[in-house]
Design a protein around this ligand. Structure first.
Ligand SMILES: [Zn+2]
Ligand SMILES: [Zn+2]
Ligand SMILES: [Zn+2]
Ligand SMILES: [Zn+2]
Length: 315
């Protein structure tokens, strides 16, 4: 794939970060983050691990997200390594401690240095934490079991190993749960800049549909609009990170150039006028401040009346 060649991953120099599991030098991903910042994340393609220095959770730009996806996808084609039973901090060699968190998108976990040097996270947990992956729902597994003739191959989104979601609950190689790519959140994150993808049916008028065959019934779904397949009602998802990248890569030049489309400019203007992103519930009641101002006036009026009453009674 042409995209894989342009990943901002460089072979690690001596003195580079050592993988917490296999202790080999990790790849450095130099990624673009919000507000024009750069952030470095280390990646071990064999162990499917990412290392984040410090505790700061950086929000990657669309281009940064795209580069992480490319690096993860590229590593899926390489030899795998089972994770060591204990992971060591690349900075101080202290044993990393597993820490589980509950995020807005569900439970997640990573391995933290107790001295605060940073944290390691598996590819799939990182992608799930960002909302790009979700587990395969029970009705989806049942639907797949009903169609044994449909031999669509699923791949572990952590290590890239092929797996059969009909017979297994988790990847037999790395024990990650069977997951699928949740298309719209991924498109939104990659395309924050141009604002065309994943913006919802109301704003995708000028875009060509992204047709994809439903894995359950074979009907065509439009990944830009459909949350569910119209013919079998199963939720829309992709079984392979490579599939997601194939859809996104044609849009990469616009994402990389950071072009804001007229549509995005209109949406930003509307957002700045409304004070809340369109399509989302406002974070406070729309007239909250005006109401509270009226409450002040009313209270002041009542106080004035009471004062006048008191003066009148005192006479
Ligand atoms: Zn490793
Ligand atoms: Zn440490
Ligand atoms: Zn796996
Ligand atoms: Zn379908």
């Amino acid at each position: 794939m042409s995209g894989a060649a342009s990943v901002a991953a460089t072979p690690a120099a001596p003195g580079a970060t050592r993988c917490p599991s296999c202790r080999r030098a990790m790849q450095v991903l130099d990624l673009s983050a919000h507000y024009g910042r750069r952030v470095e994340i280390d990646l071990c393609p064999a162990c499917h691990l990412l290392w984040f220095d410090g505790t700061e959770s950086v929000r990657l730009s669309g281009r940064g997200v795209l580069d992480v996806l490319r690096a993860i996808q590229a590593s899926h084609g390489q030899a795998h390594e089972p994770l060591a039973s204990t992971l060591a901090c690349p900075r101080c060699e202290t044993r990393l401690q597993r820490s589980a968190n509950l995020t807005a998108l569900g439970p997640t976990a990573h391995h933290e240095c107790p001295r605060g040097h940073g944290a390691a996270q598996s590819f799939s947990l990182y992608l799930a934490e960002k909302g790009f992956l979700r587990p395969l729902y029970r009705p989806e597994v049942e639907q797949l079991r009903k169609r044994p003739e449909d031999r669509q191959v699923y791949f572990c989104l952590n290590c890239g190993a092929p797996l059969d979601p009909r017979s297994r609950e988790a990847c037999s190689f790395c024990a990650s749960p069977v997951q699928v790519v949740d298309v719209l959140p991924l498109l939104r994150a990659v395309d924050r800049q141009t604002g065309q993808l994943g913006a919802g049916s109301a704003t995708t008028g000028g875009l060509k549909p992204m047709h994809h065959a439903c894995p359950h019934c074979g009907a065509q779904v439009d990944l830009l609009r459909d949350r569910r397949c119209e013919s079998c009602t199963m939720p829309v998802a992709l079984s392979h990170l490579g599939e997601a990248l194939r859809l996104i890569e044609p849009l990469a030049p616009a994402v990389e150039a950071g072009q804001a489309t007229p549509e995005l400019r209109r949406r930003r203007l509307a957002e700045s006028l409304d004070g809340a992103p369109t399509g989302l519930p406002p974070s406070r009641p729309a007239h909250g401040y005006q109401h509270s101002l009226w409450v002040y006036f009313a209270a002041a009026g009542v106080m004035l009346l009471l004062g006048m009453l008191a003066v009148w009674v005192a006479r």
